[in-house]
Ligand binder design. Structure first.
Ligand SMILES: [Zn+2]
Length: 269
């Protein structure tokens, strides 16, 4: 059979309208999205499904609906950027729930430790995105979700960051954006947030974690500058009403980077 006869490996995979509506309805980032933008999101998600391969672990069959859920969330980040931002890798691996890979990590003193902390997701430089489906589903569950916690947006934000090498919170910026303005927004915000997390952790014994829960974004953002960017991206799309007043300059840089304004959308919703 001549080669041109076969569908191309990266051809978009059409998504049924009813499935699309059902799979995307519960997400916070869909609030206020205009019909024309939601349609562009669907087209991007179809392109994503054509370009990436999904595989399940531990006997998990990654259903069409699960694939659409993941594709739509991955697509919201690049709605105004294009799928090329996800070029250079092809696999999405889905675990049924959190996974605990054994890893050796080196601490600041140069000592190597073996860890197996449970993880909700992972993004590898030049490699796959790995997700716990339990955590993916939680972000779409109105009763279970913690607003602003979205593992898919988190891991795909790392992927965008990795366009510039190791994820360090500095993705490649667009023409017209300023690296100095980016750093000027993120560096002080990260520093401020780390001290707020420290203070909240000091209170933990007395307030049962109330101060930690009251932080505008997930305390995990205090892990590193790369994690701060990924967590701020989750908040940007899911809870812009909390991120913007807390870290206005960060919101502004993310608005320029993603070329979207979720807060304005929310006002329309
Ligand atoms: Zn992360």
């Amino acid at each position: 059979m001549p080669g041109w006869f076969k569908p191309h490996r990266t051809d978009p995979k059409p998504i049924d309208t009813a499935l699309w509506r059902e799979a995307t309805a519960p997400w916070l980032f869909m609030r206020g999205l205009e019909a024309v933008d939601a349609e562009r999101l669907r087209v991007l998600a179809e392109g994503f499904l054509g370009r990436k391969q999904f595989s399940g672990t531990h006997g998990l069959a990654v259903s069409q609906r699960m694939q659409v859920e993941i594709a739509a969330q991955a697509a919201i980040l690049v709605l105004e950027l294009g799928l090329e931002w996800y070029d250079g890798w092809s696999e999405v691996i889905v675990y049924p729930s959190q996974f605990a890979p054994e890893r050796e990590i080196m601490d600041e003193a140069g000592v190597v430790h073996l860890t197996n902390d449970p993880m909700a997701g992972e993004a590898w430089l030049g490699g796959p995105v790995i997700l716990s489906y339990e955590d993916v589903a939680m972000a779409g569950d109105e009763e279970m979700r913690v607003a602003g916690y979205n593992v898919v947006i988190h891991e795909f934000a790392h992927k965008l960051d990795m366009r510039g090498g190791d994820p360090n919170g500095s993705p490649p910026l667009h023409a017209g954006m300023s690296a100095a303005a980016w750093k000027g927004a993120f560096a002080p915000a990260y520093e401020d947030f780390c001290s707020r997390v420290d203070a909240a952790e000091d209170l933990f014994e007395q307030d049962d974690g109330e101060a930690l829960d009251a932080l505008p974004i997930d305390p995990y953002a205090a892990t590193s500058a790369g994690e701060f960017f990924a967590v701020a991206s989750e908040a940007f799309f899911e809870t812009p009403e909390l991120l913007e007043p807390a870290y206005r300059a960060v919101y502004e840089q993310l608005r320029l980077f993603y070329r979207q304004d979720p807060l304005a959308r929310l006002a329309r919703a």
